[in-house]
Ligand binder design. Structure first.
Ligand code: NAI
Length: 732
């Protein structure tokens, strides 16, 4: 706050989130500063506190203009307090919460004195709705500044007027894009959309907001922000009921094609925005808060909010039970193998964790290929303006290529991503330990080799663990850290900390065939191929799981992972777990037929000569497998069988001690495999359906299809005691 004006803090109750400061130049600052918290969130009493501030502002003639700013150094308002929503007893109570907030913001918006928001840091959800109720917005260029309405990601909709004010400010199309995706914008992008009026350096945001407020107070009415709206489309939408009907019908179709009706929030958002346009702001606000109450009570929002908390909890989790264990500082990382995975890991280490990386491969040609891939990844960020050219060069300079172990004595942690070959992995481990310092950590990104087998015979098994990334590494949010019985706790904690810095959600699992994610994926994919073997058409199987909520069907996924890789991992799982993981007979014939999936254009689908995203079922697969597809065979339990196989195996993992908690199992399945987030993950899904019912269904399939559906012991126990995984977790 660089101002020479006198600032007089108003008195306030200690628990209030709002401080009213009166400046000598006639500007009042409504400062939001939730006591005792590092981040501002809007809570129930906020509406009352804001109204009290507005009473004072309206009553004092000396106040000519208002600025809304944050008392936190690096955040505006991050959203509404979700815990409060989960604690609310009924839809009506939640609707009422929204109504009170809406009324306070409506008063702010109707204030005759100009009100400008000074935005630095996260301005999300309720925070952006507060800013939207102001008459202008100044935002900082800082990378922490993010504007967005992420409610849809929690199965909700903005309920403090966001669905009404945003379309009026930036146009319906741009507003729907923001509200339906929940995406976050930096200040420059927000300015291009007309969401903010001025973008300035963080240090002067408040000063500029004060000046803008004073200018508006002194001068004639200034046209408010508003983007480059497509005037024609907007006229059609706002003024022409027929045009509006066509636009919203199309938007609904597009939304349903994506959500398959699994995300009611998206549909409600369209309804509420549309209603506000046709019947006016008041009606729109009423519909908004009613929809909010209903959605917040629904199972989708409850599961999504549950996941959100689980993810937040994991951010604070060190990965080890002993709270006295501290992660060691990692300054330099080396990556062995500059292939697809190695380059991706180097990227998240340099760009996400901002650490220097040595990228080593066996020869110059291979390391050069990896460096070129990295230049492309980093260049892409600069092209899409998420990074300046200066930053791009700085990030790129963090990565240095290598073909030998020179300098490894200064490296703290090595991640290997060489070919999937046990002997090779053992060789590079031995070489690394010989060339590195005595505290060097060695992490393997193997997808299927047990870490303990790699560490066997090594001189320092306590410094060996797994860091299993998912492809494509820059995009996939999960990291599975795998520990053996020898891994030292400080080694685990250090790997977890690095993963978080790389921007990953990290779960720690115990070593074992398939770790966690591949182990539960195995029976899921197996079941899909069992269905195929029974003659259920490929597209029917995939469609059933997409309807259940997976982003792609299991056979499409197998094509993407590689059928050869799937068969290989399937064999490892079969060897480890016996009959329940037995693949259907004949599946290896696909590999003999050189059907490796998408990578060679031949799999369950035919990709040859097709544009990206286009493909058709390759009907010749049926002959290879010796099955006759029955066009009319669409068993209603196709999705159920695949899902039960997955969730039952997840419970085995918890029972066997592979997982530390049901929470980790939910996070791993959702963020690593695309298990439908609105179903909360395998364990929350079981809780939602009820353990007893899940066991009943498993036993039914066990009778029909055999041993592989036998309920996991822990699941049977839970069904017997009528318990739930969440209840179990709370009891721990
Ligand atoms: P890739 O074939 O693209 O890359 C492997 C790289 O290792 C090549 O550049 C090769 O030249 C290099 N290499 C071989 N011997 C080496 C040595 N002695 N020293 C240094 N570099 C050496 O393979 P990709 O897909 O990157 O996989 C690497 C590892 O990651 C494998 O263990 C794989 O199982 C695992 N993984 C792969 C995933 C995927 O989706 N591709 C997902 C998760 C793990």
């Amino acid at each position: 706050m660089a101002s020479d004006a006198e600032v007089t803090p108003a008195s306030r109750a200690d628990s209030s989130a709002i401080r009213l400061e009166r400046r000598a130049d006639g500007v009042a600052v409504i400062r939001i500063d939730v006591p005792g918290e590092s981040v501002n969130t809007l809570r129930g009493p906020f509406a009352v506190e804001l109204e009290a501030a507005l009473d004072a502002i309206e009553g004092e003639a000396a106040i000519s203009a208002v600025v809304v700013a944050s008392g936190k150094p690096d955040g505006f308002v991050a959203g509404a307090d979700i815990k409060e929503l989960l604690a609310a007893r009924s839809a009506r109570e939640i609707t009422e919460l929204s109504r009170r907030g809406q009324a306070a913001l409506a008063r702010l918006a109707a204030l005759e004195k100009p009100v400008i928001a000074a935005i630095h840091g996260a301005c999300l959800g309720g925070g952006l709705e507060l800013a939207l109720a102001c008459h202008g917005r100044v935002a900082s260029t800082d990378e922490k500044t993010k504007l967005g309405l992420p409610e849809v990601r929690l199965g909700l909709l903005p309920a403090l007027g966001g669905t009404q004010r945003l379309p009026r400010l930036i146009g319906v199309e741009a507003a729907l894009d923001l509200i339906l995706t929940g995406k976050q914008l930096d200040a420059k992008r927000a300015q291009r959309l007309g969401l903010v009026d001025e973008v300035v350096a963080a240090a002067i945001v408040e000063d500029v907001a004060v000046k803008l407020a004073l200018r508006r107070a002194a001068g004639p009415a200034v046209p408010r922000a508003g983007g480059k709206r497509k005037a024609f489309t907007e006229a059609l939408l706002v003024k022409n009921p027929l045009g509006r009907a066509v636009f919203f019908e199309q938007a609904k179709k597009r939304t349903l094609a994506k959500t398959h009706g699994n995300y009611p929030a998206a549909e409600r958002i369209l309804d509420v925005v549309r209603l506000g346009l046709s019947r006016g702001m008041e009606a729109g606000l009423g519909a908004e808060s009613a929809a909010f109450g209903e959605l917040a009570e629904g199972s989708e929002a409850r599961e999504l909010m549950g996941l959100f908390f689980a993810q937040n909890e994991l951010k604070k989790d060190s990965g080890v039970a002993d709270p006295s264990i501290e992660p060691r500082k990692v300054r330099r990382v080396a990556v062995l193998g500059a292939g697809l995975m190695g380059a991706g890991i180097a990227y998240v280490t340099a760009v996400g964790a901002k650490l220097s990386v040595r990228l080593k491969d066996r020869d110059e040609r291979s390391v050069g290929r990896g460096m070129a891939h990295l230049a492309e990844l980093i260049g892409e960020r600069a092209r899409t303006r998420r990074m300046s050219n200066f930053e791009r060069d700085r990030e790129a300079a963090r990565i240095t290529p290598a073909t030998n172990y020179d300098g490894f004595d200064g490296v703290d942690l090595v991640i290997e991503a060489v070919f999937e070959d046990l002997t090779l992995k053992r060789t590079v481990l031995a070489e690394t330990l010989t060339n590195g310092g005595k505290n060097l950590i060695f992490a393997s990104n193997t997808s299927s080799l047990p870490i303990s087998r790699i560490a066997e015979g090594s001189v320092a098994p306590e410094r060996v663990l797994g860091m299993h990334y998912f492809s494509p590494v820059p995009k996939m949010p999960l990291l599975e850290v795998i520990t053996t019985e020898h891994t030292a706790p400080w080694v685990t904690a250090t790997a977890v900390e690095l993963g978080k810095k790389q921007g990953k959600t990290v779960i720690v699992v115990r070593d074992g065939a398939g770790f966690y994610t591949s182990r539960i994926l195995g029976p899921y994919l197996n079941e899909a191929t069992h269905l195929l073997g029974e003659g259920v058409p490929i597209e029917v199987i995939d469609a059933a799981l997409v309807r259940f909520g997976f982003p792609v069907g299991p056979l499409t996924l197998l094509d993407e992972v590689g059928i050869d890789v799937g068969v290989k991992v399937g064999k490892i799982l079969h060897d480890a777990f016996g009959e329940r993981m037995a693949p259907p007979p004949g599946i290896e014939r696909l590999v003999e037929d050189e059907r490796f999936g998408k990578k060679n254009g031949r799999g369950f689908y035919d990709y040859a000569g097709k544009k990206r995203g286009e493909r058709e079922v390759d009907r010749s697969v049926y002959a290879v497998l010796g099955v006759e597809p029955k066009a009319d065979l669409a068993p209603s339990d196709a999705a159920e069988r695949c899902v039960l196989a997955l969730v039952n195996e997840a419970v085995h993992c918890l029972g066997d001690g592979i997982l530390r908690s049901a929470r980790d199992g939910d996070i791993g399945a959702v963020f690593g495999l695309g298990f439908p987030p609105f179903r909360g993950g395998p364990f929350r899904y079981i809780d939602g359906v009820g353990a007893l019912e899940i066991v009943r269904r498993l036993e039914h399939h066990e009778k029909v299809h055999g041993h592989r559906f036998r309920p996991a012991p822990l699941l049977s126990e839970l069904a017997r005691t009528n318990g739930s995984f969440q209840g179990k977790q709370r009891a721990c």
